[in-house]
Design a protein around this ligand. Structure first.
Ligand code: BV8
Length: 234
């Protein structure tokens, strides 16, 4: 395997599946039990704020019962030991990459472990429940706090920085995403438009965007990611 100097790793719910975090579109996934329109849009929050807060309180509470697994730890090892730059761009809102030891992380869809105030715009680290009666720690207003999550129809975070990384990387790896949600699903096309970068899909099964990847490795992230990292570091 060539030696790469600037690696971007896009991750999705599939990298957290072996930790016990529900994915979205697999059998038994979150979108089987909840409609996106009811829990993951600004309109849903305006219509039923308590229902949306409860959906995120349930998922935030789950953070205490899941642990990072071999794939998270392998990506942290890659970042630590590669003679070059490794950036994780994650669609996931859990904190498993951080707890697995990665540091250079962009949460493009936000974070369960953060809330933000709609009144004073302050963002807070937050691990307990949050509801419409919870006052903002800074401006004391309530209702004011919302999950610091990018809902459908909202602009993902740090898109300028991500676009620059996609333009500069020499290796783009996608792990555990079905390639259904944009703009993340379009990242591989942006990289492929530059012939110099290599692209690898690591996923349980071919994603919607599999045909855009130069190389595909299908199986469990917990098995495949550590092997890929060993190759990249050898
Ligand atoms: C935007 C936070 C524009 C929430 C998420 C109509 C109206 C409005 C917008 C749109 C529209 N049509 C299209 C759009 C764009 C829309 C979109 O893409 N919709 C889709 C459904 C068609 N996108 C947006 O709205 C985005 N914003 O476009 O803004 C804009 C422009 C200007 C100004 C303002 C706005 C915002 C999208 C972000 C939405 N928020 N998350 C939350 O988490 O509660 S997206 C949500 O889906 C999660 O973040 C998740 O990560 C993401 C993608 O899902 P995946 O991660 O891929 O998970 P999935 O279950 O699908 O797949 C898992 C995969 O893992 C599977 O392939 C499986 O095989 C594999 N797997 C399973 N186990 C393993 C495994 N692989 C390896 N090992 C295993 N063990």
């Amino acid at each position: 395997m060539a030696s790469y100097k600037n690696i971007v790793v896009l991750t999705g719910a599939g990298i957290s599946a072996e930790s016990g975090v529900s994915t979205f579109r697999d059998a038994g996934g979150l979108w089987e039990k909840h409609r996106i329109e009811d829990v993951a849009t600004p309109e849903a929050f305006a219509r039923d704020p308590d229902g949306v807060q409860n959906f995120y309180n349930m998922r935030r509470a789950q953070l205490f019962s899941v642990e990072p697994h071999a794939a998270h730890h392998a990506l942290a090892r890659l970042e630590r030991d590669l003679d070059g730059q490794v950036t994780i761009v994650t669609q996931n809102v859990d904190n498993l990459h951080e707890r697995g030891g990665s540091q250079n992380i962009i949460h493009m869809h936000g974070e369960l472990a953060k809330v933000r105030c709609l009144s004073c715009y302050q963002i807070f680290d937050w691990l307990e429940d949050c509801d419409q009666q919870t006052p903002c720690p800074l401006c004391s207003r309530a209702p004011a706090l919302r999950p610091h999550i990018v809902w459908f129809g909202e602009m993902p975070f740090e898109m300028d920085r991500i676009e620059r990384l996609l333009y500069e990387c020499d290796l783009f790896i996608s792990v555990g995403t079905s390639g259904n949600v944009y703009p993340a699903a379009g990242f591989v096309s942006a990289v492929r438009s530059r012939a110099v970068a290599h692209t690898i899909e690591v996923n349980l099964e071919p994603s919607e965007g599999a045909s855009f990847f130069a190389e595909k490795r299908h199986g469990l992230a917990g098995d495949l990611v550590p092997l890929l990292v060993d190759e990249l570091l050898s």
